[in-house]
Design a protein around this ligand. Structure first.
Ligand SMILES: Nc1ncnc2c1ncn2[C@@H]1O[C@H](COP(=O)(O)OP(=O)(O)O)[C@@H](O)[C@H]1O
Ligand SMILES: [Mg+2]
Length: 303
């Protein structure tokens, strides 16, 4: 999703001879500047919560050149990485790029896959790794290597080579397992919060949902419930969190330990089972989750 321009508000002291700005406020000028490319997959669903984790990831990437988001499958590593990368796009002159590795089975093809993503050509006597390293050598870029878990050793080798050859490159990897190379910073992605966040971290949407919620207010404020409600109401547009169904929704989210993938799969069953029944049946059989969303399942078949 390359963004070509971005409106930037600049505040400058106006000296003698400078034109009066046409924009509101003294000394404020609006200008369009080129915005670095954002080469990330476009998400089809809304993003929920993660204020604390986003801050942590952004801060860690300030000092670490390789940050790996780890955690069990479906805990939200990929989604958090993409969101952090979006937030950071403006900090990298050559933008943010993602190479998606979930579908790549042969570790030997990793360098070619990355080279292909950048349009870096292999030539006789120059390997794919060298081609990528040369291509990225002077770039100020954040590279997201997504879903490295099944190619950990190959991803580690590639990361070492690129980080050594490209001094301004940073890598944000997602993997169930750490890459375990020097300089790697690891961030364990926690499940979605089951308790409300402190007031200063709440979003406007959270505040709206909790307004007038009475004694189930605390349930409705948690990120896990927010995700369930977002996905359930996408499936059944009339679905709302009410005083009656809130305890069952909270029970589902708690039972699924706040795992985003499992919450999405449960919410996808809402058109066949009322939440109260879903909560009771999930207590006995987690296999109920299978058969919900086709997109979600395809990406997590192995979990
Ligand atoms: N913060 C979030 N907001 C909205 N959806 C999320 C969030 N975190 C995860 N998800 C959704 O949950 C599912 C699993 O998340 P994903 O990032 O793919 O997990 P992982 O990479 O750890 O296997 C995906 O469908 C993703 O869109
Ligand atoms: Mg992932």
């Amino acid at each position: 999703m390359p963004l070509s321009t971005q409106a930037v508000v600049e505040r400058k002291p106006l000296g003698a001879g400078q034109p009066t700005p046409a924009t509101p406020g003294d000394g404020v000028q609006l200008r369009l500047v080129p915005c670095p490319a954002l080469h990330l997959p476009i998400q089809l669903t809304s993003f929920v919560g993660r204020a604390l984790e986003l801050t942590a990831v952004i801060e860690l990437l300030d000092s670490a050149r390789l940050l790996t988001l780890t955690g069990p499958g479906g805990c939200g590593k990929t989604r958090l990485a993409f969101r952090a990368a979006e937030e950071l796009a403006g900090s990298y002159a050559d933008g943010v790029w993602c190479v998606e590795l979930a579908g790549l089975e042969d570790a030997a093809l990793l360098p070619q896959t990355v080279a292909h993503a950048f349009g870096a050509r292999e030539q006789p006597g120059r390997s794919a790794v060298d081609a990528v390293a040369e291509h990225l050598q002077l770039k100020r870029m954040l590279l997201v290597l997504d879903n490295c878990e099944h190619l950990v050793a190959a991803s580690a080798r590639l990361a070492i080579t690129l980080l050594r050859a490209c001094p301004h490159l940073r890598i944000l990897a997602t993997s169930r397992e750490a890459l375990r190379i020097d300089g790697e910073q690891i961030f364990l992605v926690p499940p979605l919060a089951l308790r409300p966040l402190p007031t200063h971290l709440r979003t406007a949407a959270t505040e709206r949902r909790s307004a007038g919620a009475g004694n189930w207010q605390t349930i409705s404020e948690s990120e896990a419930v927010e995700l369930f409600v977002a996905r359930a109401s996408a499936r059944v547009p009339t679905f709302r969190l009410t005083a009656e169904n809130a305890p069952a929704v909270a029970q589902i989210c708690q039972h699924l330990d706040g795992l985003p993938l499992a919450i999405e799969l449960a919410a996808a069953r809402i058109n066949v089972l009322p939440v109260e029944q879903l909560a009771t049946r999930l207590d006995h059989d987690l296999r109920l989750l299978v058969g919900g969303s086709r997109t979600t399942l395809r990406r997590h078949q192995t979990i």
